[in-house]
Ligand binder design. Sequence first.
Ligand code: F6R
Length: 620
Amino acid sequence: MCGIVGFVGRRDAAPILLEGLSKLEYRGYDSAGLAVRDSTGNFEVVKAKGKLKELFDKTDSGKALHGTMGIGHTRWATHGEPSETNAHPHISGMDVKDSDIIGVHNGIIENYMEMKTKLLRKGYKFYSDTDTEVLVKLVDYYYKKYKCPPCEAIAKTMVRVKGSYALAVMFKDHPDEIWAARKDSPMIVGISDNETFIASDVPAILKYTRNVYYVDNMEIACLKEGSAEFFTIDSEPIEKELVEITWDTEAAEKGGYEYFMMKEIHEQPRAILDTLNSVIKDDGDSKKIDFSGIGIPDEDIKNISQIYIAACGSAWHAGMAAQYVIEDLARVPVRVELASEFRYRKPILDKNGLVIIISQSGETADSIAALREAKEKGVKTLAIVNVVGSTIAREADYVLYTLAGPEIAVATTKAYSTQLIAGYLLAIQFAYVRGMIDDEKYAYYISELYALPDKIEKIFETKDKLQWFAAKFVNVHDVFFIGRNLDYAVSLEGSLKMKEISYAHSEAYAAGELKHGTISMIEGGTLVISVLTQPELFDKTISNMSECKTRGAYLAAITAYGHYDIEDTASFVSYVPTADPHFMGSLSVIPLQLLGYYLSLARGLDADKPRNLAKSVTVE
Ligand code: F6R
């Protein structure tokens, strides 16, 4: 996601900050900024929308700013459009000259609206749409109210805010100090002779030092020239061990993983949690989905006659899963279409219908065209998009953002997983508003969603077994993925993951459809991977597996713990935890992503950059 760099030392800070930010470009960003404290104690702030080059140009590669202490940031928009105003650093006042505190932040402050309302009551004014401005102003508020040291003001802020953050702030009346705090968002402090650095990620400072402290959750750090101190939230000092980084820059960017794809697979629990937290509000007694930020009124939800989902590739697969869940829970008819087909088939759309466009990038040409087609026909549109400010996000009537963060590997994993979550959220809320589920069921579904991240972590414990299986089938030619209902939707994604990064030929079929033609392809040694997570359809899929087995197929299965009788039929089984059947796709897809990844690895391919593919398909 966003990137943070900070420096305090004896050299000019700006060139070091820019160099550090450029090492974080791989994480994706839409704007950048830096603040330097000059010798008179004043802050100088420069921000730019777009590429870092803009910031380099505006500051003459940093040479135009003088001062030996500063903080820098690359922003990936989550609250508010990508713009110079929303870019970090953010200030405690309305003007840099009148501001006593300036800060940068990674992560998401979930209760920022509540905090903003409180600060507005106290007379604070806001110039941006960001949660970060709220965070900086909250530190300022406590700092002044209690006339306390920075450590205490930050601690009081940490107690009040919910969410994840890595925060770096400078206080006007504490020269030569940078303060930092962290919860669930990485942060390191680097030390070298007379110089101290702060960064959200190791590559930013590797050029200057390999000696770092890892800031842990709910810890506060104070950086001074050549030294750093660490504190608990109660201002108790913490002793920390200096760690020597032995990786090179490229390995550091990947967080120790061999490929970004694996890193992103592991980021899925966090991405899901962030997406849930962005629309689910906890009022103390219960959790409720709050679509007020999306703007779709309950009256409109009640009147929807038909939903049309248009998307491409994996986003279309997420739409397939959403179709099953929305129809089952909300009882609204859903039709899912490939955007490239939808745009040209002169669709007949009901005026009370809702067209949902799903897209990670928000820039896919066919999906944009499908959106425009729907708008031209006067039908309301809702976008499920990952990139804030993208074309689809800007043009749709309503936007539900996924909070996967930037995805670097071409093959999507974490964005797809958050698209599934967005589909579930719509299904649950539409069902509730339309009176299809009661309070008890509503609370149950929401709690099941919150249980998914930990269950995904559990699946990661089975990685070795999946890697062994992929190695065994390294020379496989044909793979068939089968499943019924939601398991079919997930099979489509499993098959695409495998073919796009390992180049093994694979197809996904609705299990009941095989014998209408494709079963003629099954012969000795053909690999058939079945997904069985829907209790009502378990036996039906087993029958289809048996039909393949009698024709010589090697059977593998993905199912939930407890269904051990599957081992009578399948030769290899990967188990996942149990969840409500509507949400099982979020679990069964994980072993499928891992299988595709490990097959690519076993074949010596580059999992991040498969041949012939682009991350964002902006042409037809
Ligand atoms: C597959 C993959 C693609 C995208 C598709 C749509 O791993 O990433 O199939 O899902 O190109 O892209 P977006 O979601 O950006 O519209």
